[in-house]
Design a protein around this ligand. Structure first.
Ligand code: PLP
Length: 426
């Protein structure tokens, strides 16, 4: 099936009720026939559910759909994208290890990497830029993965995934890609060598600003067993789960099964089935929404580029953009509706613009059907020092737009009046 069809039908076979919408299994546990049945489910000898911190039939449909769209052997849904980022790393790295990351990161991911994980003994080394050359210098024998966002939020960089994956594999480590901004409709990181894909499903997948959710997809391609010393969690018996050796028992799905049976089971960032249902509703229409988001974004970017109250527009759809070639290659001629621009007059003018919009929603989210605006320097990234801001690519005047699917004339009229309030009439 093609993506548009998977998004509507993937992973769901109606039960005896023939319900056409995926049912919400709002239950905590599932009954066992007897002790033997319970043991078989617990040991994962047969498919089934026991306790919904670990798995749930509604969530499983979303997991199957996500895995199919991202070309994976399996997926795990979680309560937020942040949990997905954290679990993806904790499943393969621990005390004394390190992760090498591209520097262009979502604000909370940056905070997690630079301030939180190091306190727990997991170092994250931010490369000077998103090129393999900058990353290679940081890799050593305790490096357990390379991490990047396929399209950086809010930086808008497009990572050369094939080159970074080749570097990772040369060093015997997996590439983990946060594909939130691109979505699997625009970039499929696994096609380009990524081993693990993470998502905030809160954004374009849910698509309506209603629900926090996250997901991890396992490509099934990383040869954990070939690197027993680097990844002891995939070569030694797992003490917390029947002494199982994951690749021996679960084959290609070793990583994602461990993420469920160790990560989710013991840390518990479970997605509620009702939230999974809402994300499934969003996923059904994602492809048509993305088309409209893109048409509107191109029109807004072109409008801003012509306006003298705007000092710069960072839109990878423009031929002279530094990431245009990579964007064309990886997004196959498409472009993201998330981009940034600068208001003439710096931080204060940026704030005035932000305060003056009427249709755009002033908030910190992206990928909603509604048009959204943020001023990263005073919101998502306000905890960062001036030095940190430079590293993640945020400038004081930067306005980030997530262009929605309203009528384009209404969107542009709102931008025009907010620019007038910030800088005067054009
Ligand atoms: N990754 C990216 C690229 C994001 O933009 C976000 C949130 O904006 C996250 C991860 C975290 O997702 P959540 O808000 O669902 O925890």
């Amino acid at each position: 099936m093609r993506d548009e069809t998977i998004a509507l039908h993937g992973g769901y076979t109606p039960d005896s009720t023939k319900a056409v919408a995926v049912p919400i299994y709002q239950t905590v546990a599932h009954e066992f026939d007897d002790a033997d049945h319970a043991a078989a489910v617990f040991d994962m000898d047969i498919p089934g559910f026991h306790y919904n911190r670990l798995n749930n039939p509604t969530n499983q449909v979303l997991e199957h759909r996500l895995a199919a769209l991202e070309l994976g052997v399996g997926a795990l849904t979680l309560s937020s994208g942040t949990a997905a980022v954290l679990y993806s790393l904790q499943n393969l790295a621990g005390l004394g290890d390190n992760i090498v990351s591209a520097p262009q990161l979502y604000g909370t991911t940056y905070t997690l990497f630079v301030h939180i994980l190091p306190q727990q003994g997991l170092e994250v080394r931010l490369a000077a830029d998103d090129t393999p050359a900058a990353m290679e210098a940081l890799i050593d024998d305790r490096t357990k993965a390379i991490f990047c966002e396929s399209i950086g939020n809010p930086a808008g960089n497009v990572v050369d995934l094939e080159a970074v994956a080749a570097l990772a594999h040369f060093h015997g480590i997996p590439l983990i890609v946060d594909n939130t901004v691109a979505t699997p409709m625009m970039i499929k990181p696994v096609e380009h060598g990524a081993d693990i894909v993470v998502h905030s499903l809160t954004k374009f997948v849910g698509g309506h600003g209603t629900t926090l959710a996250g997901g991890i997809v396992d490509s099934g391609k990383f040869p954990w067993a070939d690197h027993p010393d680097r990844f002891p969690m995939f070569s030694r018996p797992e003490p917390s789960f029947h002494g199982v050796v994951y690749p021996e028992r679960f084959g290609d799905a070793a990583y994602i099964v461990r993420c469920r049976t160790v990560g989710l089971r013991n840390a518990g960032a479970t997605l509620s089935p009702f939230s999974a249902f809402l994300v499934l509703q969003g996923l059904e229409t994602m492809s048509v929404r993305l088309d409209r988001h893109e048409v509107n974004a191109r029109a807004v970017a072109a409008y801003l580029a012509e306006d003298r109250r705007v000092s710069w527009v960072d839109f990878a759809g423009f031929p002279d953009h530094p990431y245009h070639e990579l964007s064309e290659r990886y997004l196959k001629g498409r472009c993201s509706s998330l981009f940034t621009f600068g208001v003439v007059g710096g931080y204060d003018a940026g704030l005035r613009f932000f305060n003056s919009v009427k249709l755009f929603k002033r908030l910190v989210n992206l990928g909603d059907a509604k048009s959204l605006v943020s001023h990263p320097a005073s919101t998502t990234h306000r905890q960062l020092t001036a030095e940190d801001l430079k590293v993640v690519g945020v400038t004081p005047d930067m306005i980030r737009l997530s262009v929605g699917i309203e009528h384009i004339d209404d969107i542009i009229e709102d931008i025009d009046q907010a620019l007038s309030a910030a800088c005067g009439a054009e």
